[in-house]
Design a protein around this ligand. Structure first.
Ligand SMILES: Nc1nc2c(ncn2[C@@H]2O[C@H](COP(=O)(O)OP(=O)(O)OP(=O)(O)O)[C@@H](O)[C@H]2O)c(=O)[nH]1
Length: 267
């Protein structure tokens, strides 16, 4: 991660703001009522996961209350690690042995700093299970960025990314930022998807790619910060490439991931 990037646990939701304001409310009967979502804006997969205290207490509107909120959605099959990735980014912790599938959809607000500019990310954690698919489609439309995860120890989750990418093409905006993430890169012995396979697929679909580990934290911050940087550059129309050319998130994550430590699997 570039040294001038930083993140804070700031939240930007004002006390009376409806969490569903950045997207449609979940369909009835999915087990997540408007009231529950308001009380538990963070992912539902972990019963003991607590959203930041400030969020529960409510914050006074901040000076940049009008700054745009960038809606970022985590997608991928059930069990690939979407909730774990978000919890790792939000709290710096990994909660193992506590798997319970996310029900419906929930979000966490995060303010990160890119070159001294505050960028507001509203990160939505979706349920990977098929039965929630039609609900999550409704959220794609106004998404600014999509992080599509697969599990490097689960070939089917990798194969299914093509179907996910097809859905993204169908339901999301044409210019949505897409990042493909091969998660659980810490599981060296159980790996069945090679890093090169992920890279090849990402090239084919012209999307950014990285391997991550929600367990060790490998590239977790980098993934979200790269998205924040891309969204900020788009918003400001800024050209921040090496020769004053447009910021390229694909090149950026490739360079930054190479600079960082290699995944323990050694691929
Ligand atoms: N070793 C390892 N385990 C992980 C990693 N990320 C997630 N897990 C484990 O994988 C399981 C599923 O993780 P979740 O984060 O709940 O998966 P999810 O994609 O949110 O699943 P759904 O809510 O059903 O869509 C849990 O047991 C996690 O502890 C990782 O990077 N490394």
């Amino acid at each position: 991660m570039a040294t001038d990037d930083s993140m804070s646990d700031d939240v930007f939701e004002s006390p009376g703001e409806a969490p569903g304001s950045a997207g449609p409310a979940p369909a009835p009967g999915l087990g997540v009522s408007q009231e529950q979502m308001h009380k538990t804006p963070s992912p539902t997969g972990y019963p003991d996961y607590q959203p930041p205290a400030q969020l529960l207490a409510g914050l006074p509107p901040s000076a940049d209350a009008d700054a745009p909120v960038h809606k970022t959605i985590l997608l991928g099959d059930s069990g690939v690690g979407k909730t774990s990735l978000l919890v790792q980014f939000d709290t710096g912790r990994f909660q193992s042995g506590n798997f319970s599938a996310t029900v419906g959809i929930g979000f966490t607000n995060k303010v990160v700093s890119v070159d001294n500019t505050r960028v507001k990310l509203q990160i939505w954690d979706t349920a990977g299970q098929e039965r929630f698919r039609s609900v999550t489609h409704a959220y794609y439309r106004d998404a600014h960025a999509l992080l599509l995860l697969y599990d490097v120890t689960n070939k089917l989750s990798f194969d299914n990314t093509r179907a996910w990418l097809g859905e993204i093409r169908e339901y999301a905006q044409d210019d949505v930022v897409i990042m493909l993430l091969g998660n659980k890169a810490d599981c060296g012995g159980e790996r069945v998807v090679r890093k090169e396979d992920g890279e090849r697929l990402a090239r084919e679909y012209n999307v950014a790619f990285m391997e991550t580990s929600a367990k060790t934290g490998l590239n977790v911050e980098l993934a979200f910060m790269a998205v924040a940087r891309e969204l900020k550059c788009r918003q400001t129309g800024e050209r921040s490439g090496p020769d004053g050319d447009r910021f390229n998130v694909q090149e950026y994550v490739r360079e930054q991931a190479q600079r960082g430590s290699c995944p323990p699997c050694g691929t």
